[in-house]
Write a protein that binds this ligand. Sequence first.
Ligand code: TXA
Ligand code: MG
Length: 318
Amino acid sequence: MSTVLNCDDDAIKFASSLLNDGKVVIFPTETVYGIGGVTYNDDAILEIYRLKNRPSKNPLISHYASFEDALDDVVPNDIAFALAEKFWPGPMTLVLPKKANSRISNLACSGLPTAAIRVPAHPIARKLISYAGAPIAAPSANKSTHLSGTNINMICDDFCQDDIYIINNGDCQVGIESTIIDVTNPEKIHVLRYGFITEEDISSVCKVANSSNSYHDAPKAPGMMFKHYSPKNHPVVINSLECSKNDAFLDFGDHKNITCKEYLTLSKNCDLTEAATNLFKMLYKLDNTDCEKIVIAPIPNEGIGIAINDKITRAQGN
Ligand code: TXA
Ligand code: MG
């Protein structure tokens, strides 16, 4: 059975002691909840893969208190420093070459010569890393293929049978995962996964080799090859205003008069940031209603909309 902790200092200290004992805990970040263990501990990493049913070929992101701390484990370059300066702490992950003497578990990197690192902004994630005194490897807190967990209901639904502690801090503010940027080769910067930080944001710092137009031809993070973000109970149809009286409708904007059984809107005012925050939790809510399918309204494929469309395309299963 999972156990929910509150987010006071004692709870975070207790969770950090579990991490130092090689255990795994679920904790909030500004993007989505993470299921984490000490990056340097093979047993903890194996336990993360087991709990998530995650393919071992899908590497994990290590979370550090600062970029400086991460320099124990990865080889930086000027572009990485510039991106870190602009977007950390925050919802960005950088892929860099691993140092020869890096202590990151090879299992966390799926044997790759590179590592994905992130400096989260969430105060609880930051405290947890600081109290543990070590980086924390953490994928999103969901069973493999399910919606990424952004609140306690979603997480308990996936992990209630598991012997794990969960630090509850309500809804995640960003609501979708970090933007992953491959900066291994500073001459060729690739966005591997779009997220809250957009291509325009990144372009203010450096040239991006793939643009969102060619995103689907660009190299991918290994995890992007796998099935993802599937509601458990109902099929999803995207980019549609064709909805019947037995369907759940996930709106973008305010199509109030549409025929449907259940209605939620990602953003009444067509705000893409608000839509990202609401995406996973609203999909989860509608998936737990008695509908035939979930129909999602068209969402502009620009800015954060690129990340949203990528996720709902995967939810639809194409
Ligand atoms: O916002 C986030 O990034 C959240 C929070 C918890 O930080 N984490 C997250 O982790 O989304 P996860 O495991 O769901 O996604 C990690 C992605 C996967 O697609 C994986 O393939 C990619 O990062 N990745 C990890 N290491 C990599 C590497 N060395 N090269 C390329 N991609 C890598
Ligand atoms: Mg994930």
